[in-house]
Design a protein around this ligand. Structure first.
Ligand code: DC
Length: 225
């Protein structure tokens, strides 16, 4: 498929807790486009590694695990899509802080990132794709028509995550979450391969103090405009 006819892509990158997932899903639903949750792929490898007792300090085993792990998405009307790892619904386990931390460690391995590249690009299908992650605009879809980089203060991101987890009945402390978010930001931003940074042509939106609907409207305005 040549670029001239390739389906349009909107990339939404940013640190954890910036609201990427919620905003990307809402924008994709509004446009009737496909949605790629690239973080779920890294999380799925982290969860699968746990299932198989693979040491997070063993890159060769993690690369093998990446190739052996099939990840499927199933739409769940009105909610987050369900994520299947080798046909097993692992959505709840995928969202734990443990899975996020494992994903962040695994995401620093260049061969794992390379193995997931084409899987991510395969989501680019008509009528369009909203791609959510850390390197969507810089590495996976550098030719995307629109690129957004969402940020929010670490404190606000920790609070949002705290509320989400409390709603799910998961018991955590705000201080602990803030520590984890800062540690994950530092790891994602400082890794040598595909570090978290805005694409030069990305529009930055600081969502601190903004409601979901306002952010969605800002993003949709870019596409209409
Ligand atoms: O967005 P998330 O919290 O589900 O992502 C989990 C981890 O996966 C995150 O710490 C970094 C990594 N990741 C990445 O390196 N590149 C992406 N495109 C998406 C996620």
């Amino acid at each position: 498929m040549s670029d001239a006819v390739a389906a349009p892509v909107l990339t939404i990158d940013g640190p954890s807790g910036s609201g990427k997932g919620t905003i990307s899903r809402a924008v994709a639903a509004h446009l009737g486009w496909h949605y790629l949750d690239s973080g779920a792929l890294y999380r799925a490898v982290g969860v699968a590694a746990g299932w198989n007792d693979i040491d997070l300090a063993d890159p060769a085993a993690l690369v093998r695990c990446t190739f052996d792990t099939r990840v499927g998405f199933r739409d769940a009307p009105g909610g987050e899509p369900r994520v299947l790892i080798n046909d097993v619904d692992a959505t709840d386990e995928l969202r734990t802080e443990t899975a996020g931390a494992a994903a962040s460690a695994i995401a620093a391995i260049p061969e794992v990132r390379a193995a997931l590249k084409e899987r991510q690009r395969a989501f680019r299908q008509a009528p369009g794709l909203v791609a959510d992650g850390r390197d969507m605009g810089t590495v996976i879809f550098p030719d995307a028509r629109w690129k957004v980089f969402l940020t929010a203060s670490a404190e606000e991101r920790a609070e949002r995550r705290y509320k989400q987890l409390m709603d799910k009945g998961v018991s955590v402390t705000l201080a602990g979450l803030l520590r984890e978010i800062l540690a994950r930001d530092a790891r994602d931003a400082n890794r040598p391969v595909a570090p978290l940074r805005p694409a030069e042509d990305a529009v930055r939106i600081d969502t601190t103090g903004m409601g979901i609907d306002d952010v969605v409207a800002r993003v949709l305005a870019l596409i209409d405009g």
